[in-house]
Design a protein around this ligand. Sequence first.
Ligand code: AMP
Length: 121
Amino acid sequence: MAYDTNNIFARILKGEIPCSKVYEDAHVLAFNDIHPQAPTHILVIPKGAYVSMTDFAQKATAAEQAAFFAAVGKIVAEKGLDADGYRTIANAGANGGQEVPHFHIHILAGKRLGRMLPEAA
Ligand code: AMP
């Protein structure tokens, strides 16, 4: 899938739409999800134009990939999420239920999140 330069996260990166910023460095931006599914619900995105985890893994530089996962770790540490635990999710494509076609990882925490998928799924 070609990258849509007008997707909502691209517009946040361009400064066209505000976000509730949690973390930023040269390669990464993180902000609170606008419709939180848990007391803590943070989205971590690369600043580069990548559609999905696959696209990111195949095309991002080693520096971008290292910065991305380092940022996830920094945010978890900064927010003190290791003590009680947390979940990361990266949805991709139609079966993955991805709504925004700019690679992102959800960090969810602050309550018991239950099983990985709904029982009936
Ligand atoms: P996904 O289904 O993995 O693509 O998740 C997209 C996420 O982006 C959803 O959890 C939305 O609530 C969230 N979202 C959409 N628009 C915004 C926005 N403007 N600011 C923050 N989060 C957003």
